[in-house]
Ligand binder design. Structure first.
Ligand code: LLP
Length: 426
């Protein structure tokens, strides 16, 4: 309500979304055009933003032999996987479903690494059949299962052990993974024993070490500490005669949603590539959010304005089922109006909420907004990663459409679900 309100301007930190003639554009496409054709809510991604992020990330590691293995879980739309595949990306998967997507996108097995604490026998078999580059093994029991399945197929499985370096990292307790108490990987103090066990298995070929310590990490420190532990472990393993060719350092680099200041790709690259060079390892990186997060917005429409005891609410047509991150992690996705009116416009603060019957269905509280009306379009920023991928059909809401912008053009890369889609299989 005051003139001192300082709304955030996310266009300051991406060249791919900007206001032209008072309308928010993704590349050359005005977002109101997308809404008119495809409806709302809709995820809108910029192809140039995705490609540019991947290339910048890749370049940051140029000083070491490496492969960027995009983490499919962040955004698994087939069109996006194809775009990254064409750039030469590798991929990090966590399920046979993700493997199936990559097959359909034409990605060869030798560009795929498989992470995850609970790979089933069936998933292991699928991945062996696909001839993937590396199994990131997370327990002794999984190692035995992998050895058996590989022996049965008369192949040798390439494996890395996921070690848990016991460093704290990640923006929210639910996305930190590298502490002793977490279910991920094998405690680093026990790693050598598991490698030793694997040496006695003829169908296992150790080729690497892997760690992934968390997500939305905003400082290089935890990475530095994890690397120090991995360095010591690799030296020990080599003394034991284990061949460590790959260092798979996982993902986790944070992005800017609002006021965060994540490390620059180049500084991150320098740190990690430097260690890999020193160790003589080929590097594998598994970024998800850093590649696609800032490349997408969730486009939505104001359904109603309302006021309760002086508190203003904007009820929008997107809900927690479309974008879970605020409800799950208290994540802040800035919101701006698609149409920017004059600089003299009146600002107010409002809670931005969805229509789902849960108090948690709230995107932002006391957020500075221009005086928008019902029917006006809003953009929720930073929605390219873990946006659509985490969406659900809660409240029998159809999942939103996804649109890819390419220069002056845009196309639907996933149509909005129909009501028939909702009851399929029931
Ligand atoms: N590698 C492994 C083994 C992972 O578990 C993950 C993410 C990644 C790579 C990619 O991490 P990224 O570079 O995107 O941070 N749903 C949460 C994030 C969960 C991350 C899970 N693992 C969110 O919306 O913040």
């Amino acid at each position: 309500m005051t003139s001192r309100l300082r709304p955030l301007d996310p266009t300051r930190y991406t060249p791919f979304f900007r206001y032209r003639d008072g309308r928010l554009h993704a590349e050359g496409v005005a977002l109101d055009r997308v809404a008119a054709r495809v409806g709302t809510p809709v995820y809108v991604y910029s192809r140039a933003a995705i490609e540019s992020a991947w290339k910048r990330f890749d370049r940051a590691f140029a000083s070491a032999p490496h492969m960027v293995c995009y983490s499919v879980k962040a955004n698994s739309n087939l069109s996006i996987l194809r775009i990254l595949g064409r750039l030469g990306s590798g991929f990090d998967i966590v399920s046979a479903g993700e493997l199936d997507r990559l097959r359909r996108a034409g990605v060869p097995g030798r560009r795929i690494v498989f992470s995850g604490v609970g790979k089933t026998r069936e998933e292991i078999r699928e991945a062996l059949r696909a001839g993937i580059l590396l199994f990131n093994v997370e327990s002794e029991a999984e190692l035995e299962a992998l050895a058996e399945e590989a022996a049965r197929r008369r192949v040798v499985a390439s494996a890395a052990l996921r070690v848990n370096p016991d460093v704290g990292a990640g923006a929210h307790p639910h996305i930190a993974t590298g502490r002793r108490a977490h279910k991920f990987g094998v405690d680093w103090s026990r790693a050598a024993d598991v490698y030793r066990a694997g040496l006695g298995m003829p169908s296992i070929r150790w080729r690497g070490v892997t760690a992934h310590i968390g997500s939305q990490i905003l400082s290089l420190d935890p990475f530095r500490r994890a690397l120090a532990r991995l360095e010591a472990l690799i030296a020990q393993l080599r003394r034991m005669g284990v061949n460590i060719e790959y260092l798979d350092f996982g993902g986790g680099l944070g992005v800017r949603y609002g006021e965060e200041q994540p490390p620059d790709f180049r500084d991150y690259g320098k740190l990690v590539a430097g260690t890999a060079r020193k160790l003589g390892c080929r590097l594998l990186l598994e970024p998800g959010r850093a590649i696609v997060g800032p490349a997408g917005v969730l486009l939505t429409q104001v359904v109603y304005k309302k006021e309760n005891r002086g508190k203003k609410f904007l009820v929008i047509d997107a809900a927690m089922n479309d974008l879970m991150r605020p409800a799950l992690y208290g994540a802040v996705h800035p919101v701006t109006a698609v149409r920017r009116t004059s600089s003299r416009e009146r600002w107010t603060v409002a809670d931005i909420v969805g229509p789902v019957c849960e108090t948690g269905d709230s995107f932002l509280a006391d957020w500075p907004m221009p005086d928008v009306e019902s029917g006006d379009l809003l953009a929720l920023w930073g929605a390219g990663a873990y946006g659509f991928a985490l969406s659900s059909n809660y409240n029998s809401r159809r999942r939103p459409a996804e649109v890819l912008v390419e220069g002056e053009k845009f196309r639907t890369i996933r149509r909005r679900q129909s009501y028939a889609d909702l009851i399929r299989g029931e």
